[in-house]
Design a protein around this ligand. Structure first.
Ligand code: ATP
Length: 361
C-alpha cells in the first residue's frame, strides 16, 4: 500500500563490535498493521527498531514509509529522529515527573505550537483512547505502572505519527497487568490504525498481538509471517524451538515421493510425513524432524508412524499432563488430558504434524 514501512538491506555494524548486530534485514510492514520483532536477547531487535527511529545510524540499507525516505545509506541520507514524525514507547515510561498527565501528553503538540483548543481536544481524545481521560490532572507518581504506560502510549499517538515504535513496553508490568495491557495496546493500535513495530522476546505476547511476526536470531531475519503460519510452518528448527513446546528427533531421509517423505530415525523406525516447506531434499540427507507436544497421539489401534517409548517423567500443568518420554531415537514431549498408568507408551505421530528441517550445526 501507499504508506507501508519498507526496510531494505538493513545492516548495522557497531564500530566496537567484532560481528554485525543485524545483517541484511528486509521487511515490509503493511500500512495500519502491527509487526513484532521477536527473538532472544541480543539478536538485534532493538538495533533494528533504533535504525527505524533514527537513534542508530545504519551501516547499509534503506528505510522508508511509502515515498518518505527516512534513511538511505547509498545516498548518505539519515534523517534525525525529530524529522521522522514517529511515536515511541520504551520499557521505562519516561514521563516528566513534574508535569501532570495532561501536560505530559500535550508536550509534543506544544512544541508544534498547536493552538490551545485543538491541543486540548487532541490530548483528551488520546487519553480517552487509553481510558484515562479522568486522570488528566494527576501527576505520574499518583498512577500505577500500567496507567503510566498508558499515558506514555497516549503521548506517543497524540501527534498522529507516521509510525508507532514500541520497545518491550510491557516488560516492567507484573504478569497479570501485562496480559490485560496486551489487549489495550492492540485495541489502541487498531483504533488509531497506525503502522506499528513492536519489540519483544516473549513469544506469547507476539502471538497475542501481531498481524505479522519477524523472528530474528543473531542479527538474521529467519521468518516473517502471520502468527498462524509461524506456528504451523516454522521455517527453521530455531523458529520451531523458539516458539515453543516442540520436540526434535534426528534422522536421515529414507525415501522421497513428491512431498511424501519417509525418515529413518536413530533406532531404525521409519516415519512418514508430508512436507510443506517447498525445500529440495535428498535421500540419505541428515535431517531433524519436529513435532509439537499437543500433536502426538496415543496409538490406540492405529498402525504406521508408531513410536514405542518409556515414560521418563510426567508433570501436571493444570489443564493437561505433560509426559517426557524416551523413544530410543530421542526424547519427546507429549501432552494429554489424562494421566498415564503405564511406564511404556505406544505413540502415533500424524504425518501432517511432523515438520522437516535441515540439521542445524
Ligand atoms: P535485548 O532483548 O536484550 O534488548 P536485542 O535483540 O534488542 O536484545 P540489540 O540490543 O539490538 O539486541 O543488540 C544486538 C547486538 O548488537 C548485540 O550483540 C549487542 O551486544 C550489540 N550492540 C547493541 N548496541 C551496541 C553498541 N552501542 N555497541 C556495540 N554493540 C552493540
Amino acid at each position: 500500500m501507499h504508506n507501508d514501512l519498507i526496510i531494505e538491506g538493513l545492516t548495522k555494524q557497531f564500530a566496537t563490535a567484532s560481528s554485525v548486530a543485524i545483517s541484511d534485514i528486509n521487511l515490509t510492514v503493511k500500512e495500519g498493521s502491527l509487526a513484532t520483532l521477536l527473538g532472544p536477547s541480543g539478536c538485534g531487535k532493538s538495533t533494528t527498531l533504533n535504525c527505524v527511529a533514527g537513534l542508530e545510524e545504519p551501516t547499509e540499507g534503506k528505510i522508508r514509509v511509502g515515498d518518505f525516505v527516512m534513511s538511505d545509506t547509498s545516498k548518505g541520507l539519515i534523517l534525525p529522529p525529530e524529522q521522522r514524525h514517529l511515536g515511541m514507547v520504551f520499557q521505562s515510561y519516561a514521563l516528566w515527573p513534574h508535569m501532570k498527565v495532561f501536560d505530559n501528553v500535550a508536550f509534543s503538540l506544544k512544541l508544534q505550537n498547536v493552538n490551545r483548543n485543538e491541543m486540548k481536544k487532541r490530548v483528551m481524545d488520546s487519553l480517552d483512547l487509553v481510558g484515562l481521560a479522568d486522570l488528566a490532572n494527576r501527576y505520574p507518581f499518583q498512577l500505577s505502572g500500567g496507567q503510566r504506560q498508558r499515558v506514555a502510549l497516549a503521548r506517543a499517538v497524540v501527534a498522529r505519527p507516521r509510525l508507532l515504535l514500541l520497545d518491550e513496553p510491557l516488560s516492567n508490568l507484573d504478569a497479570k497487568i501485562r496480559e490485560l495491557a496486551r489487549v489495550w495496546v492492540r485495541e489502541l493500535q487498531q483504533r488509531v490504525g497506525i503502522t506499528t513495530i513492536y519489540v519483544t522476546h516473549d513469544q506469547s505476547e507476539a502471538f497475542a498481538m501481531s498481524d505479522m511476526i519477524a523472528v530474528i536470531n543473531k542479527g538474521v531475519l529467519l521468518q516473517f509471517a502471520p502468527p498462524e503460519e509461524l506456528y504451523s510452518h516454522p521455517a527453521t528448527q530455531f523458529v520451531a524451538e523458539f516458539i515453543g513446546a516442540t520436540s526434535f528427533l534426528k534422522g536421515a531421509i529414507a525415501t522421497i515421493d513428491g512431498n511424501k517423505i519417509t525418515v529413518r530415525v536413530a533406532n531404525g523406525d521409519i516415519l512418514k510425513l508430508t512436507d510443506h516447506s517447498g525445500k529440495a531434499w535428498n535421500v540419505n540427507q541428515n535431517v531433524v524432524i519436529a513435532i509439537r507436544s499437543e500433536r502426538v497421539e496415543m496409538a490406540g489401534s492405529k498402525s504406521g508412524n508408531i513410536l514405542n517409548a518409556g515414560v521418563k517423567n510426567s508433570t501436571y500443568l493444570g489443564s493437561k499432563w505433560q509426559h517426557v518420554v524416551d523413544t530410543g531415537s530421542g526424547t519427546l514431549k507429549v501432552e494429554t488430558t489424562d494421566t498415564v498408568t503405564n511406564d511404556r507408551l505406544s505413540l502415533y505421530l500424524p504425518p501432517d504434524a511432523i515438520l522437516l528441517f535441515n540439521e542445524e550445526k
